[in-house]
Design a protein around this ligand. Structure first.
Ligand SMILES: [Fe+2]
Length: 290
C-alpha cells in the first residue's frame, strides 16, 4: 500500500473535522498527505525570480517568517522584495493549511524557516552527506530540534509543468532498528562544547546527535539505498504535500522550483507520540534522549 495518501481538498482554507482526525492519525503513522488539487498560485510579476541564477552559494533561498529576512540569494532591491513577498505569501498559506488540516496541534505548532528551491535536482553534484537524492530522514546540524517533530509543507510551482520526483522510504521503526547498533550516544559535555563554539544555535540533545547519525548512516549505505522498502512518486506541478520528514525517509530525484515551509511540533502535542522518532529511539536505547 502506498504511503502517499491523496486528499481531495482544493482550498487552502476551510476545516473538515472528520477529515482532520483521520489525516492527523495517518500523518503520525508516517503518511505523506498529498493534495493534487491544491496549487499554490504564482503571480505573473513573480516570473523573474524563477531562475537558478538568483541563488548565491547555497542550493536554496531561505526565509525567516519571524523577521522577514531572506537569505541565499543575489537578488536586491525590488527583485528581492518580490521574492520576499512570494515567500511570505506561501509561508502564511502553509500556516493556514496546517491549522485547518491538523487542527488538533493548534498553538503547539511552531513556524520555522521557509525556502524557495529554484535549482534542478537531477544531475546536481554534492558530497554524499548533502546528497538529497539519497533516502534520508531530516536532522539539522546547527539548529537542534531537541525532540520536536519536523513537519514540512511542500508545493511544486514548476512553471513548465515538470513534476517533483521523490522516492519515499518505509517504516521508521525498521530503519531505526537496522542502524541502531551504529548510533552512538554523544559524550557527556559535548553539547556544551558545540554550543560554546557556536556550531549549534542551542543545545544538541542526545536525540539530535542520534538523528544526525541516522541521516548519515542511511545516506552512506548503498545497499540500504538500493534494497530498502521504497516507492517512487511524482508530485505534479500545481500540487502540494506535507509529511513528517524526520520520520518518513525521502529522496528528491528530479524537479525544479519548489516552495517549502518547516514547522516544529513538540511530541506532547501529538495524538499518539509512540510512533515519533524520539519515542522510537528512546525505546531502542532504553533511556530518555532529551
Ligand atoms: Fe530532506
Amino acid at each position: 500500500m502506498s504511503r502517499v495518501l491523496s486528499l481531495s481538498r482544493s482550498s487552502w482554507t476551510g476545516t473538515d473535522a472528520e477529515a482532520a482526525r483521520s489525516a492527523t492519525a495517518s500523518l503520525e503513522r508516517g503518511a505523506v498527505l498529498f493534495f493534487p488539487h491544491l496549487p499554490f498560485v504564482v503571480n505573473q510579476d513573480e516570473d523573474e525570480i524563477f531562475s537558478p541564477a538568483i541563488l548565491s552559494s547555497s542550493k536554496n533561498t531561505s526565509f525567516d517568517p519571524a523577521t522577514g529576512r531572506v537569505g541565499g540569494t543575489t537578488l536586491e532591491g525590488p527583485s528581492l522584495d518580490r521574492l520576499r513577498t512570494l515567500l511570505t505569501r506561501f509561508s502564511d498559506a502553509a500556516q493556514g493549511l496546517v491549522r485547518e488540516v491538523l487542527p488538533g496541534y493548534g498553538p503547539h505548532m511552531q513556524r520555522a524557516r521557509a525556502s524557495f528551491r529554484p535549482a534542478q535536482i537531477a544531475g546536481r553534484h554534492s558530497s554524499w552527506r548533502k546528497d538529497d537524492s539519497r533516502l534520508h530522514v531530516d536532522a539539522f546540524p546547527a539548529s537542534p530540534v531537541q525532540g520536536r517533530r519536523i513537519l514540512r509543507v511542500f508545493a511544486n510551482v514548476n512553471p513548465a509543468g515538470a513534476p517533483r520526483a521523490w522516492r519515499v522510504g518505509g517504516e521508521f521503526l525498521d530503519v531505526a532498528r537496522r542502524f541502531e547498533p551504529s548510533l552512538k550516544l554523544p559524550f557527556p559535555g559535548s553539547a556544551l562544547v558545540l554550543a560554546a563554539l557556536r556550531v549549534t544555535k542551542s543545545r544538541r540533545t542526545p536525540y539530535d546527535a542520534l538523528m544526525l547519525q541516522l541521516h548519515d548512516r542511511m545516506k552512506e549505505d548503498a545497499a540500504f539505498q538500493a534494497s530498502t522498502e521504497q516507492e517512487s512518486f511524482d508530485f505534479p506541478s500545481g500540487s502540494t504535500w506535507m509529511t513528517f520528514t524526520d520520520q518518513v525517509g525521502h529522496a528528491a530525484m528530479a524537479g525544479q522550483y519548489q516552495l517549502e515551509q518547516t514547522f516544529l511540533l513538540p511530541v506532547k502535542a501529538m495524538k499518539d507520540e509512540t510512533a515519533s522518532p524520539l519515542r522510537v529511539l528512546e525505546r531502542l536505547k532504553g533511556r530518555p534522549l532529551v
